[in-house]
Design a protein around this ligand. Structure first.
Ligand code: ADP
Ligand code: GLC
Length: 494
């Protein structure tokens, strides 16, 4: 099949979180099973043009303000022959940030930037004289693509659309006076599902207009149809429930493999785990902690946002992290960026506690070191659509301490100290107390059930989270949506 991925992120070009990893790995896996996959994304200021080829023809993209011109650069996704087309328009994408900057965390013109990207995807297909079978859009920024397909691009009426929701917590809600800039008639403010408390909700329009819907784990697919985790769109998602599937993300076996990882101190495998201790010492040294392989070491790599349970851990009056570090004989390392209160708090804890270290910033190298060198991985997410970090940690024999929610409950099985079964330590309700107690349980097992933990680590490393399986499920979804759509003629022309 011919598939066009429309995305705001793809590893290694631009990444703010798991979306980037998921899009690139899924594209590679679909390619490996024989599909013609192409990616279209913005050329942000952070993406250098060296090594990219500039396409001869530019694109004339319709917006509410008339036709605007874009340049296209072509590259290739590393370790594959998947073409990546970068839409270049300085005014929208020239700045370094993907969605915002330190001073403007959410660019006010994001709806204009990303509607432009979605519309440009069609003009790119014109220029390539190529028509996909499926247009596969990701998250709210690319939710405009299924809308244009359904309502404004009659030449593409044989194309079906799929929207993957990687995170329902981000919906793209903006004042409605931006609507005319999309180049759609006002009746589509309601007609395409944009309207949301008299504002624009891009994701809601995408969910309304896409032919097929996916999210990134089976449990999250159920959760988002409930008021608790539906982020106010649960009614719409229930209505579209028959078209919604949960497809678990995988782990990229090349980037995340302890037996080949060039970023860790010593490689190791299920057969020979001895390198893991060397990784632990290297991690302790890197973060200035006493080098002691006997101490349980808890690692965490995360966007520092409420979704990740940072309040329960680091909330200045009620968070449990300080108490954990004072009460228990353990070490705790955190790396992340995000909410400034949290960045300040973990730096303060780091200065105060001898067994706690934090680093603010984004680093692949230390992220790999933490996955490999820790005994446990902390992931108390309030909600988690899939979560890649806990799968990385399982592959590295680092046992997650996690909230039983979303993809965490689909990938981690709870420890049983009678039988030694399980691959991690789970709690059912996120509270500071639950995080504290469950960490205490893990630390107890570390000191008192070392053999069971050793067997758990090996079992965790053998778990199969392959992207091939996900790619097969997407293939099925693509086939399901493309057949009925052909010739459906469901378009209203803008
Ligand atoms: P989310 O996409 O919600 O942030 P995931 O667990 O799916 O959560 O993916 C997070 C990805 O981002 C992982 O690849 C993780 O290693 C990476 N990541 C997050 N924060 C950092 C950081 N500060 N440094 C390095 N990698 C990070
Ligand atoms: C989102 C989710 C995360 C998921 C990732 C990739 O960022 O928060 O749970 O793993 O997308 O699908």
């Amino acid at each position: 099949m011919h598939v066009l991925m429309v995305t705001s992120e793809a590893t290694p070009f631009a990444k703010s979180g798991g979306l980037a990893d998921a899009v690139s790995a899924l594209s590679r896996a679909l390619r490996r099973i024989g599909h013609d996959v192409r990616i279209v994304m913005p050329r942000y200021g952070i993406i250098p043009t060296d090594g990219l080829v500039r396409l001869r023809s530019g694109l004339d993209v319709e917006t509410g303000d008339g036709v605007e011109r874009a340049v296209v650069f072509k590259g290739v996704l590393p370790d594959s022959d998947v073409p990546v087309f970068f839409i270049d328009r300085e005014e929208y994408f020239g700045r370094p940030g993907i969605y915002g900057s330190k001073t403007e965390p959410d660019f006010a013109d994001n709806p204009q930037r990303f509607s432009f990207l979605s519309r440009a995807a069609f003009r790119l297909c014109d220029a390539l004289r190529w028509k996909p079978d499926v247009l596969h859009a990701h998250d709210w920024p690319c939710s405009f693509a299924p809308v244009y397909l359904r309502h404004a691009e009659p030449d593409y009426d044989t194309v079906a659309s799929v929207l993957t929701i990687h995170n329902l917590g981000y919906q793209g809600i903006y004042p409605k006076d931006g609507f005319p800039s999309f180049g759609l008639p006002w009746e589509l403010f309601h007609g395409a599902g944009f309207e949301y408390f008299d504002s624009i909700n891009a994701l809601k329009a995408g969910i309304t207009c896409a032919d097929g819907l996916a999210t990134v784990s089976p449990t999250y697919a159920r959760e988002i149809q409930t008021p608790e985790l539906g982020c106010t769109l649960d009614g719409l998602l229930r209505a579209r429930g028959p078209d919604l599937v949960g497809i678990l993300n995988g782990v990229d076996g090349v980037d995340w493999n302890p037996s080949t990882d060039p970023l860790i101190a010593r490689r190791y495998s299920i057969e020979d785990m001895s390198g893991k201790a060397a990784c632990k010492t290297a991690l302790q040294r890197e973060f200035g902690l006493p080098e002691d392989t006997e101490k349980p070491l808890i690692g965490m790599v995360s966007r520092l946002t409420d979704q990740k349970g940072i309040g329960e851990l680091f909330g200045p009056t009620y968070g449990c992290a300080a108490k954990l570090c004072m009460d228990m004989d353990l070490q705790f390392i955190v790396q992340g960026t995000g909410d400034s209160w949290c960045e300040a708090e973990i730096l303060a804890l780091s200065a105060r506690l001898p067994n706690f270290r934090a680093r603010i910033g984004y680093s692949e190298r230390t992220a790999h070191m933490i996955e490999a060198g820790s005994d446990f991985f902390m992931m108390p997410s309030r909600y988690e659509p899939c979560g890649l970090n806990q799968m990385y940690s399982l592959r590295y024999g680092t046992l997650p301490i996690a909230h039983r929610t979303g993809g965490l409950s689909d990938t981690i099985s709870n420890y049983n100290q009678e039988t030694g079964a399980g691959s991690g330590f789970l709690f059912d309700h996120l509270t500071p107390r639950a995080v504290y107690d469950t960490t205490g349980w893990a630390v107890w097992a570390y000191y008192n059930r070392a053999e069971q933990l050793d067997a758990m680590r090996r079992r965790a490393m053998a778990l199969d989270f392959s992207w091939e399986a996900a790619a097969r499920e997407y293939e099925e979804l693509y086939r399901g949506v493309s057949a009925p759509r052909r010739g459906a003629g469901a378009h209203t022309i803008a």
